[in-house]
Design a protein around this ligand. Structure first.
Ligand code: PEP
Length: 253
């Protein structure tokens, strides 16, 4: 869809040290296309984000936080303020990743608080949704959780929704080496778009980007990104490697 710019987002989780971050950025700087061709983002641990913003100052790569707190400031030891993320130059923030839901008690309601906090501070949320557990018995065929989409977006206005990206990441595909088929990924993205049409309007549903994530590699990305409702990929393991990251960006072009 010409009105939606493809988006490739790396999610490094807690996998790189300071020197690795610098080395990766050295290798990709100057090699990613302009952001009106393909947008690129890299999510990393908070403590590297300022350095990354500086290292990519001449590059269209956007820096992405992996989490954020829902209050702008105050007595919340150990959390990261959305205002501070904006202040250091982060552009996007991942919210509701499956690993946060699973290991850190992230709930639909904290996801929603974080989404509205990010938007209020001028950060763009990339909201992760996984599959509907009520269809868990046939989980390889499960649909994305419409309830997670609706809950995450509660209170998000028509103006704000344009700054939101949604990412469907089936839990069984994350880090498993087994990606959803392009057909499954398209079905899921289509259902998310239908949900956006109901929550907002059909026009808005066509404007919001929907990504697929879960064991994406340069080998399977092309078919996935060719799908009509899929605007890009959220990539963990493959995006740790600068060559593979550049290949994924080239495929998105
Ligand atoms: C992720 O963590 O968002 C992810 C998709 O990881 P992987 O690409 O390793 O499956």
């Amino acid at each position: 869809n010409a009105s939606r710019i493809p988006f490739v987002v790396a999610n490094w989780k807690i996998n790189k040290l300071h020197a690795d971050v610098a080395e990766f950025l050295d290798k990709v700087n100057g090699k990613v296309p302009a952001e009106n061709v393909v947008e690129t983002g890299i999510a990393a641990q908070d403590l590297f984000l300022s350095d990354m913003v500086r290292a990519t100052a001449q590059s269209p790569i956007h820096i992405v936080a992996e989490n954020v707190h829902w209050e702008d400031s105050g007595a919340y030891t150990g959390e990261t303020s959305p205002k501070a993320l904006k202040d250091i130059g982060a552009k996007y923030v991942l919210i509701g990743h499956f690993e946060r839901r699973k290991f850190f008690n992230e709930t639909d309601s904290t996801v929603n608080l974080k989404v509205t906090a990010a938007l209020r501070n001028g950060l763009r949320p990339i909201i992760d949704v996984d599959e509907d557990m009520s269809t868990y018995a046939q989980f390889m065929d499960a649909e994305p959780s419409v309830a997670q989409v609706a809950a995450a977006l509660a209170g998000v206005s028509v103006d704000q929704i344009r700054n939101v990206t949604l990412a469907y990441e089936p839990t069984w595909a994350i880090g498993s080496g087994e990606a959803a088929s392009a057909v499954q990924a398209q079905k899921a993205a289509h259902l998310i778009r239908q949900t956006l049409a109901k929550l907002y309007s059909p026009v808005i549903a066509e404007q919001v980007r929907v990504l697929y994530g879960g064991s994406v590699t340069p080998d399977n990305a092309r078919e996935i990104m060719l799908q009509k409702d899929i605007d890009g990929v959220l990539v963990g393991t493959s995006a740790l490697d600068p060559e593979k990251f550049l290949q994924l960006v080239a495929i998105a072009q």
